[in-house]
Design a protein. Structure first.
Length: 107
């Protein structure tokens, strides 16, 4: 029997709001959520966007999709890290457990 450490949660509540770890796939057929996955030792929300990863278009599509899903303006959602990586961290200002639940249900 081997020990396998659990992945760190994709959702973290902070003073700013809800921090979400995302594994983004650009150039998909459509914008969609794909459930939770483990990626690079962390749990992440899988998201696909139709936009290409050029000039930040895929990142902006991600922010718009997440904001629309949780019902907040896109201006209250931002990319905290991972601008040029598949693994990203976004923050939803004022988001909480309800925002995490809405994102999970959309998956």
């Amino acid at each position: 029997m081997s020990f396998r450490p659990r992945a760190v949660s994709a959702f973290t509540l902070t003073k700013e709001g809800l921090r979400v770890t995302v594994r983004l796939t650009p150039r998909a057929a459509r914008d969609a959520f794909g459930g939770l996955t483990e990626f690079e030792g962390a749990q992440a929300l899988k998201v696909k966007v139709a936009a290409a990863p050029r000039d930040g278009a895929a990142n902006q599509a991600l922010i718009r999709l997440v904001a629309r899903t949780v019902g907040v303006p896109a201006s209250r959602t931002w990319l905290e890290s991972g601008a040029a990586s598949r693994l990203k961290t976004i923050v939803i200002e004022g988001g909480g457990a309800l925002s995490a639940e809405l994102l999970c249900k959309a998956s």
